[in-house]
Design a protein around this ligand. Sequence first.
Ligand code: ADP
Ligand code: ADP
Length: 232
Amino acid sequence: MISIKNVRKSFQTKQGTLTAVDNVNLEINEGEIFGVIGYSGAGKSTLIRMLNKLESPTEGSITIAGREISKIKGAELRKARQEISMIFQHFNLLWSRTVRENIAFPLEIAGVSGAERKRRVDELIKLVGLEGRESAYPSQLSGGQKQRVGIARALANNPKVLLCDEATSALDPQTTDSILELLVDINKRLGLTIVLITHEMHVIRKICHRVAVMENGGIVELGPVLDVFRNP
Ligand code: ADP
Ligand code: ADP
């Protein structure tokens, strides 16, 4: 599903060239929940941001669902961005819009008609368990409910891949577990490929099939979670 080949990403800074991701090779399978763990500054965000072209690699290639995303632009890039959606640590919701309007937003952008949009939003609200909160504003929601809105919005255009950038790091442990359970449920029900980055071992142990450990821009360990984190 996702193939990352010899990818390097460098930034030019006042101090000189900073290599955030260094010669990474990775294959992520369709339907997999894949975790990337590492300390702050390891390069996780930069890696995941290259998967939806928020950043472009300095070197190497990234292919998702048969498309080499480092090469596409225009309409094809917009299409690819619908297929690869993302949720964030701080939710990135529109604060002046209700739950319903937040979830409808990507459908509006994609030009989905009013009636179809309503049907789809109702379905998404049910999927993430936000029935009864449709008219609330983000400021009236708990952290877990806000992330449920983020998830519903991310799923609106039926993506093939869901990227999660520290999606539970702002939540308490109990809420974290309920959001992780929702992600597992979505993975099973929709067959969605999930790539998540985190600095929390617990998150990886709870839901990931395989994990890559990142350090200084490179992958230092890769394999099934039980092999990488086995107890001695
Ligand atoms: P992580 O997500 O693991 O915390 P990041 O990918 O955010 O790591 O950062 C990796 C390194 O790249 C850090 O040293 C960070 O400061 C640097 N970095 C990330 N984005 C930029 C940027 N836009 N410009 C310059 N340096 C950056
Ligand atoms: P995260 O919490 O996901 O690691 P950060 O707060 O480190 O994210 O970074 C937020 C944004 O700032 C990202 O777009 C990242 O690319 C950028 N960034 C991170 N480090 C630097 C840096 N040293 N110089 C410029 N931009 C940076």
